[in-house]
Design a protein around this ligand. Structure first.
Ligand SMILES: *Cc1c(COP(=O)(O)O)cnc(C)c1O
Length: 383
């Protein structure tokens, strides 16, 4: 790929692609948004990395805004979602040592995804990940999404926190019910545990609210942000309430943490995404995409549509293969993601245009009618 603009990408042969992957839900403003380009160009000419030893205006401004918008007291910037989650795990362990008699275990969910460092892989609930780079980091036990009893059964004196995605993105867009999310908050309050919400994929407008927690009406003790926060540059954040913020100076850090270049991107993203009118438009596009996918579901007898803002999945059902379909779509100039062979995940730019959604639906309709989508063995393009 050599060039991008909005919902479109061009490759080195000059071919054009309609992009419903957007760097894995990273480019919330699409490719090369003028406000982001302008902010990065200006910041690149002023200051890139003075070192995390000194404050800089962009990071201070972004931290202040995120604290105000989330209601959380403190913010720490990092460069990957895994790194932010690693920080959340460290913070919870320290808090357990200080406030919960040395408790250190964290309950996470089967099929959840938290990153690729050793600790975040151990927190992740993808089948097979527990043994891939054995031994695992100890201290993670797994409950079932939307099964409060399975969570409560795992709580003991060593438990310090619950950690989850409100909508499991990598697993194929499986959402918590509001009752489950609110029930987790109550469980944490009742047992004196921290609620850690991994909003690396769901945050920054993806679910049609600025943060997924707002859609669910819950307040976490610790939240992580990533992907959309930098709009395409590596910027992530760990946020914590005043009572959970127990790091001492020097206990968390990193060479690129809080540099003004990526923080400038975060400020440019918030200038756009935090506007009420922008989020209303995300919800309108979400409804349009969902209605279009439901029409395809009917016409092609597909299994299910799961939709949360502009994070949506089409479960294909028996006799069809999403991996083959995504490969065929690439050949036709449409970028789709198949998180597993059973479903397609759609995560367009948050400012995707109405006519681009219609165009994607038409292309997908045609692909679903082809043998490619039905029997991978007969699909030359996926071979
Ligand atoms: C992508 C993702 C991560 C990992 O982020 P990286 O920047 O790839 O380290 C963690 N949690 C969730 C929910 C994600 O979607």
């Amino acid at each position: 790929m050599v060039r991008g603009r909005g919902s479109w990408l061009w490759d080195s042969a000059g071919r054009r692609y309609l992009d419903f992957v957007q760097g894995w839900a990273v480019n919330c403003l699409g490719h090369s948004h003028p406000a982001l380009t302008q902010a990065l160009t200006q910041q690149a000419g002023e200051l890139l990395t003075p070192s995390p030893a000194y404050h800089n205006a962009q990071a201070l401004r972004l931290a202040t805004r995120l604290a105000q918008l989330t209601g959380l007291a403190q913010v720490f910037f990092a460069s990957s979602g895994a790194e932010a989650n690693e920080g959340a795990i460290k913070l919870a362990r320290k808090w357990g040592r200080l406030h919960r008699g040395g408790a250190w275990k964290i309950i996470t969910l089967h099929k959840g995804y938290h990153g690729r460092t050793l600790a975040t892989m151990s927190a992740t609930g993808k089948p097979g990940w527990g043994s891939m780079f054995a031994p695992q980091v100890p201290g993670f036990v797994k409950a079932q999404l939307n099964d409060l009893a399975s969570v409560e059964a795992l709580i003991d004196a060593d438990t310090v926190a619950l950690m989850l995605e409100l909508v499991q993105g990598e697993a194929g867009v499986h959402g918590a019910t509001p009752e489950f999310a609110q029930g987790l908050r109550q469980l944490c309050d009742r047992h004196g545990l921290l609620l850690i919400v991994d909003e690396v994929q769901t945050g920054i407008g993806r679910l049609g609210t600025l943060f997924g927690c707002q859609r669910y009406g819950i307040s976490p003790d610790i939240m992580t942000l990533g992907k959309g926060l930098g709009g395409g540059v590596p910027l992530t954040a760990l946020l914590a309430s005043a009572s959970a913020s127990c790091f001492d100076y020097g206990e968390q850090g990193g060479t690129f943490c809080g540099n003004p270049f990526t923080a400038a991107a975060g400020n440019a993203v918030l200038d756009v995404v935090a506007q009420a009118e922008f989020l209303a438009e995300v919800r309108a596009r979400s409804a349009q995409l969902q209605a279009g996918l439901r029409a395809l579901q009917q016409r092609h007898q597909l299994a299910e549509v799961r939709a949360f803002g502009l994070l949506q999945a089409l479960e294909l059902g028996p006799g069809r293969n999403a991996t083959a379909l995504a490969a065929a779509a690439l050949e036709r100039g449409l970028l789709l993601n198949a998180p597993n062979p059973g479903c397609l995940r759609l995560m367009p730019a948050l400012n995707v245009r109405s006519e681009e959604i219609e165009q994607m639906l038409e292309m997908l309709d045609a692909l679903l009618a082809e043998p490619c989508a039905q029997t991978p063995a007969r699909c030359a393009l996926s071979a």
